[in-house]
Design a protein around this ligand. Structure first.
Ligand code: NAP
Length: 282
C-alpha cells in the first residue's frame, strides 16, 4: 500500500503556480486577483477562507476578502458581487458556502459571471464539464484527478465508484472519471447493496461526510481509495474511510488529513490563474 500525499502534490503545484504567476505579472503588469465573500461567523468557513487568502499570498496573487455579518441584507451582498463582476482588475469571485439560513445561494452565485466562476459551480461550467469540454472545474474533484495522475496508474478502462452525488464533489468527480475513460458508477444514500458496487471497483472515491463509512470488506484487493470526507470526531479529523481496515487492501490510498484537503485550495489558485489568463488574453 502507498499513501498518496496531497501535501506533496499540492506543494509541487503551488511552486509551479508561483513561477507562472511571475510570468503573468511580467506579461500583464499585475498579479491575478481573487475576491472571497464570507457571510456569518461559522468557524470552519472562516478557517477555509483564511487558508484561501494565505494560499493567494503564497503564490503571489492579490486577494480581497469581504466579510459580512449574518443578517446583512442580501441585496447589499448582491450589489457587491455585481461590482466585482464588472471590475476588470478582479479575475475570480468566490462566495464561501454554505451561506447562513435565509440567503438565496443560487441567486447570489448566479451573479458571478462564468468567466470569474473559479469554483466551477455555474450551470455553464458544469455543462461544459459534462460535454467533456471543461472550462473551470470544481476544485475538489479536479484536485483528486491530479492525485490519481500522481500514482502513474492508467485510468482508461478502470471501474470507478463514486459514493456521494453532490453538485460540488460527487457529480463533477463522476464526470471527470468518465471523461478519463473510466466506467463510472455513482452511489448515494438510496443505493441498495452499495458494497456490491464498491467491491468490484478499481477506484473508489468516497464523498459523503460519514466518519469511517467505507470498511475493509467493502473494497477489493489492490483498489485505489480516495477519501474526501472531513468529519470532526472527538476533536479529531476523520475521513469517510476506515483507514486502518481499508489501507492494507489498497494499492494507493489518501490519508485524512493530508490527502484531498490540501489539493482543494491549490486547485482554486490554479483556476484563478487560468481565469485571469482567459480574460486578459481575449
Ligand atoms: P453533501 O452535499 O452533504 O452530499 C453528501 C452525499 O453523500 C449525498 O449525495 C448523499 O446522498 C450521500 N450520502 C450520505 N450518506 C450516505 C450513505 N450512508 N451512503 C451513501 N451515500 C450517502 O456533501 P459534500 O459537500 O459532497 O461533501 C462530502 C464530504 O466531503 C463531507 O465530509 C465534506 O466535508 C467533504 N468535503 C471535503 C473537501 C475537501 O477539500 N477535502 C471538499 C468538499 C467536501 P443523497 O444525495 O442520496 O442524499
Amino acid at each position: 500500500m502507498q499513501l498518496i500525499s496531497g501535501k506533496a502534490v499540492s506543494a509541487d503545484i503551488r511552486e509551479k503556480l508561483a513561477q507562472e504567476n511571475a510570468d503573468f505579472e511580467r506579461e500583464f503588469g499585475r498579479a491575478p486577483a481573487l475576491a472571497v465573500i464570507i457571510v456569518g461567523d461559522d468557524p470552519a468557513s472562516h478557517t477555509y477562507v483564511n487558508n484561501k487568502i494565505k494560499g493567494c499570498a503564497q503564490v503571489g496573487f492579490r486577494s480581497i476578502c469581504q466579510k459580512y455579518e449574518n443578517g446583512t441584507p442580501q441585496e447589499e451582498i448582491a450589489s457587491y458581487i455585481r461590482s466585482l463582476a464588472e471590475d476588470d482588475s478582479v479575475d475570480g469571485i468566490l462566495v464561501q458556502l454554505p451561506l447562513p439560513k435565509g440567503y438565496d445561494e443560487k441567486y447570489l452565485l448566479s451573479l458571478i459571471p462564468d468567466s470569474k466562476d473559479v469554483d466551477g459551480f455555474s450551470p455553464a461550467n458544469t455543462g461544459l464539464l459534462s460535454m467533456n469540454s471543461p472550462n473551470t472545474v470544481s476544485c475538489t474533484p479536479l484536485g483528486i484527478m491530479h492525485l490519481l495522475k500522481s500514482t502513474g496508474v492508467e485510468l482508461k478502462g478502470k471501474d470507478a465508484v463514486v459514493i456521494g452525488r453532490s453538485n460540488t464533489v460527487g457529480k463533477p468527480m463522476a464526470m471527470l472519471l468518465l471523461n478519463a475513460d473510466c466506467t463510472v458508477t455513482v452511489c448515494h444514500s438510496k443505493t441498495v447493496n452499495l458494497a456490491e458496487y464498491t467491491r468490484k471497483a478499481d477506484i473508489v472515491v468516497v464523498a459523503i461526510g460519514r466518519p469511517k463509512f467505507l470498511k475493509g470488506d467493502m473494497v477489493k484487493d489492490g483498489a485505489i481509495v480516495i477519501d474526501v470526507g472531513i468529519n470532526r470526531v472527538d476533536g479529531k479529523l476523520v475521513g469517510d474511510v476506515d483507514f486502518d481496515e481499508v489501507a492494507p487492501r489498497c494499492s494507493y490510498i489518501t490519508p485524512v488529513p493530508g490527502g484531498v484537503g490540501p489539493m482543494t485550495i491549490t486547485m482554486l489558485l490554479a483556476n484563478t490563474l487560468s481565469a485571469a489568463r482567459h480574460r486578459l488574453e481575449k
